[in-house]
Design a protein around this ligand. Structure first.
Ligand code: URA
Length: 187
C-alpha cells in the first residue's frame, strides 16, 4: 500500500490505459482522508476533466444537494471514481480501463478506511459490490463486504435525466443517514 503522496503522484503521471491520451486532468479524488463515508462514481465528465475535481458539473451540483439533505458534504466525506480519466464523449469506462485504474481506488479505500461506501450508479456498484448488481432492483440495499457497509444509489446524472427516480433516492438517502447513525460515525 502506498501513502497519499506516492499514490497521488503515481496517479497523476499514469499512462496505464488509453484514456491518458485524451485527458486534460487526472481526477484523483477529494474530501476528508479519514472520512467515514465514501462516495464512488464511475468516471470524470467534461467539467471534471477540465478542473481535475470529481462531481463539479451538473451531476455534481445535484450530488451536493443530495449530500446536504443528510448533513454530508465535501469536507466530511471522500469522493472518488472508478476511473480517474474522462472516457471520450462520456461513454462507459471499458473493462480494461477499469482494470488498469482500480488499484488506485483500492489504495484510496485502504487509506481512508471508510465505514460506509456508497456507489453512485450501476458501473461503480458492479465493480465494487457485485458484478451482477442490478441498480434498478438493488439500489438502497445494504451489504457488508470486507468489514465495510456498502450500498448503491442512482447516479445523479440518471436523476437529472429521469426525475421519477428521485423519490426512491430520497428514501435511500434517509436510509444512509440511519446507517451512519447505526455504525456510530462522527458525521
Ligand atoms: N460522473 C461521475 O461518475 N463522476 C464524476 O466525477 C462526475 C460525473
Amino acid at each position: 500500500m502506498m501513502d497519499w503522496n506516492e499514490l497521488e503522484a503515481l496517479c497523476h503521471n499514469c499512462h496505464g490505459c488509453g484514456l491518458c491520451e485524451t485527458r486534460h486532468n487526472v481526477v484523483f479524488g477529494v474530501g476528508c482522508k479519514t472520512a467515514d463515508v465514501m462516495f464512488i462514481g464511475e468516471g470524470p465528465g467534461e467539467q471534471e476533466d477540465l478542473r481535475g475535481e470529481p462531481f463539479v458539473g451538473p451531476a455534481g451540483k445535484l450530488l451536493d444537494d443530495m449530500m446536504c439533505i443528510i448533513d454530508l458534504n465535501r469536507e466530511n466525506t471522500y469522493i472518488a471514481n472508478i476511473v480517474k480519466c474522462r472516457p471520450p464523449r462520456n461513454r462507459d469506462p471499458q473493462e480494461t480501463e477499469q482494470d488498469a485504474c482500480i488499484g488506485y481506488l483500492q489504495n484510496q479505500i485502504a487509506l481512508v478506511r471508510p465505514k460506509i461506501i456508497v456507489c453512485l450508479g450501476r458501473i461503480a456498484a458492479q465493480r465494487i459490490i457485485d458484478p451482477e448488481y442490478r441498480i434498478t432492483r438493488q439500489h438502497g440495499q445494504w451489504v457488508q463486504k470486507d468489514g465495510i457497509w456498502m450500498s448503491a444509489i442512482y447516479h445523479p446524472s440518471a436523476l437529472l435525466r429521469d426525475v421519477s427516480k428521485r423519490p426512491e433516492t430520497f428514501d435511500d438517502l434517509i436510509a444512509l443517514r440511519e446507517k451512519i447513525r447505526q455504525v456510530g460515525t462522527a458525521v
